[in-house]
Design a protein around this ligand. Structure first.
Ligand SMILES: Cc1cc2nc3c(=O)[nH]c(=O)nc-3n(C[C@H](O)[C@H](O)[C@H](O)COP(=O)(O)OP(=O)(O)OC[C@H]3O[C@@H](n4cnc5c(N)ncnc54)[C@H](O)[C@@H]3O)c2cc1C
Length: 349
């Protein structure tokens, strides 16, 4: 949330939301939000990814699935560009470019000796699992309480993703017991009786707070570039990582095939693209601070235009500073204070 405190409302925690624009947010009581899920008809995310892989293979790419890269040919310095990779079995594959799309613990980044820069941390850890047997829904639901928040998101094949976010301590001790008890404390969003009738179909997935800390690494150099989490990680509560990785792949491909064969513009583009949204993801990943969070949440709930702009943050149609303008923050704060001053029992309409 702009200005801190787990987003205005504390309303956002759209884990699992793809960068798809245009949907309207339901006006709901403070602390809850519903966003309709938009899908590409007839195609699940795994199917879409499979189709991209098939397209690459059909275009002449050679797939070496299940192989592990352990090192690089070349140090990536101007006099010694990266010229290929070494596989776990010792095989060396030569190539004019190496793209490290190998995640947070990138082997490519480590081999290049790249440090993490601009690190940020949130205050949340996540516990989540996939479930079957919950009623079908076209709505992505979020419910934010002071200490914990819940996301319930319909996925493919009749499954739901149920995410608990909370203080770092939720990953200590009996995590499954913590998760199963806590997800029953959001009856307005997920009726506990429905949970009793549903079945978890995955193991409990655990994301401790330290593993959700953000950073940038240098984006490219002689013969190499980093894409996705290997080069930049932001907190997943704002659900930007997958779309960022795909956008970077498109940018790098277009640049190399077009007017920037050395990728000189890549880092500047990536960093400018991440600006504000990176910091916003970590402000969102804080526990709500009532005196800051409530006015903003109430302000968004009362202002359909602002609410849609907030929704558009997730699709990068808007920047946080365009949603949380000084004028809006002052107006929402004044409205909240006036509401607090109303005598007990007076209408809050
Ligand atoms: C708890 C959690 C929830 C998230 N929720 C969302 C969300 O809702 N929406 C969203 O957009 N993003 C979300 N993200 C972020 C998203 O998962 C990442 O941003 C995205 O997966 C990055 O893709 P990537 O390809 O860069 O890295 P990864 O998905 O990590 O893929 C890296 C791949 O490289 C392979 N690899 C690693 N090392 C080697 C090696 N040495 N040799 C060969 N292969 C190797 C790995 O096996 C893996 O397949 C979430 C992240 C977390 C942690």
């Amino acid at each position: 949330m702009e200005g801190g405190g787990g987003d205005p409302s504390g309303v956002e925690r759209p884990v699992g939301l793809d960068r798809l624009g245009g949907a309207k947010m339901q006006p709901l009581p403070a602390g809850q939000a519903e966003v309709p899920i938009q899908r590409l008809p007839g195609e699940s995310v795994p199917e879409r990814i499979g189709r991209l892989v098939q397209a690459a293979l059909a275009a002449g790419a050679v797939g070496r699935f299940g192989e592990r890269v352990t090192g690089l040919v070349g140090t990536g310095q101007p006099r010694d560009p990266v010229r290929g990779v070494v596989l776990a079995g010792g095989e060396v594959i030569h190539a004019p470019w190496v793209f490290g799309a190998d995640g947070r613990s990138s082997t490519v980044a480590r081999a290049l000796g790249l440090a993490r820069e601009g690190e940020l941390a949130g205050e949340l850890a996540l516990l989540f699992a996939y479930w079957t047997g919950l009623p079908a829904s076209e709505w992505f639901r979020m419910d934010i309480h002071h200490d914990h928040s819940l996301v319930c998101c319909p996925c493919e094949d009749g499954m739901h993703l149920v995410v608990l976010a909370g203080p770092p301590s939720i990953v200590h001790g009996d995590r499954l017991a913590t998760y199963l008890a806590a997800i029953r404390r959001f009856p307005a969003t997920l009726n506990p009786r429905l949970i009793d009738l549903a079945q978890p179909v995955s193991r409990l997935l655990v994301a401790p707070e330290p593993k959700l800390r953000g950073y940038f690494r240098q984006a490219s150099g002689p013969g190499w570039a980093l894409l996705g989490d290997a080069g930049h990680f932001k907190h997943p509560v704002t659900a930007q990582g997958i779309a960022d990785a795909v956008e970077q792949a498109f940018f790098v491909a277009d640049a190399l095939l077009g007017s920037d064969p050395t990728l000189a513009t890549y880092q500047g583009w990536r960093d400018a693209h991440a600006a504000e949204h990176y910091e916003w993801s970590y402000r969102t990943a804080r526990r709500p601070v009532p005196e800051r969070t409530h006015p903003r949440f109430a302000g968004l709930a009362s202002d359909p235009e602002a609410a849609q702009e907030w929704r558009d943050l997730f699709t990068r149609l808007r920047r946080p500073s365009e949603v949380y303008t000084t004028e809006r923050l002052a107006r929402w704060s004044a409205a909240w204070q006036a509401r607090q001053r109303q005598p007990e029992g007076a209408s809050h309409a």
